[in-house]
Design a protein around this ligand. Structure first.
Ligand SMILES: [Zn+2]
Length: 140
């Protein structure tokens, strides 16, 4: 249950002792130094977007840093990777953001529920790959 902390590591390029998002709860209290890559992109006038199905990701950028976001509540039980890919693709094809974050949660859900390398997990990887193909406009 270190997802939130690890995601802050990735998005801020800072260690936990500096960004201060130390728990996996929905309301971390990151330090003012915790400017994420989304915040920095916005600082430079870039158009930003995020598509995700794990609500804690709303904390990965400061209010005002996202031009567009779309949240599908998976409840950490349902795989909405294809829906997220379709919604994101619809946006990407018409709105052309400079930075876009798309989170596909299906493999995480399957891994927690059935274990890594389980049949459900491998199916989720295939679904995520299909979603990736949709996003990249590859023929199915
Ligand atoms: Zn997980």
């Amino acid at each position: 249950m270190r997802h939130c902390k690890n995601n802050f590591n990735i998005f801020t390029f800072l260690p936990p002792i500096v960004h201060n998002a130390l728990t996996n709860i929905g309301s971390p209290e990151p330090s003012s130094l915790a400017r994420s890559i989304i915040d920095v992109a916005k600082d430079y006038g870039k158009k930003t977007a995020a598509f995700y199905s794990w609500e804690q990701f709303r904390n990965l950028s400061a209010p005002g840093s996202l031009d567009h976001s779309h949240f599908i509540n998976s409840g950490s039980t349902e795989n909405f990777d294809l829906e997220a890919a379709l919604v994101a693709t619809g946006y990407l094809n018409f709105c052309c953001p400079d930075f876009c974050f798309i989170y596909l949660k299906g493999t995480d859900i399957a891994g927690h529920r059935s274990g890594s390398m389980s049949a459900e997990y491998l199916d989720a990887i295939e679904t995520a790959d299909t979603a990736r193909g949709i996003i990249l406009n590859e023929p199915i």
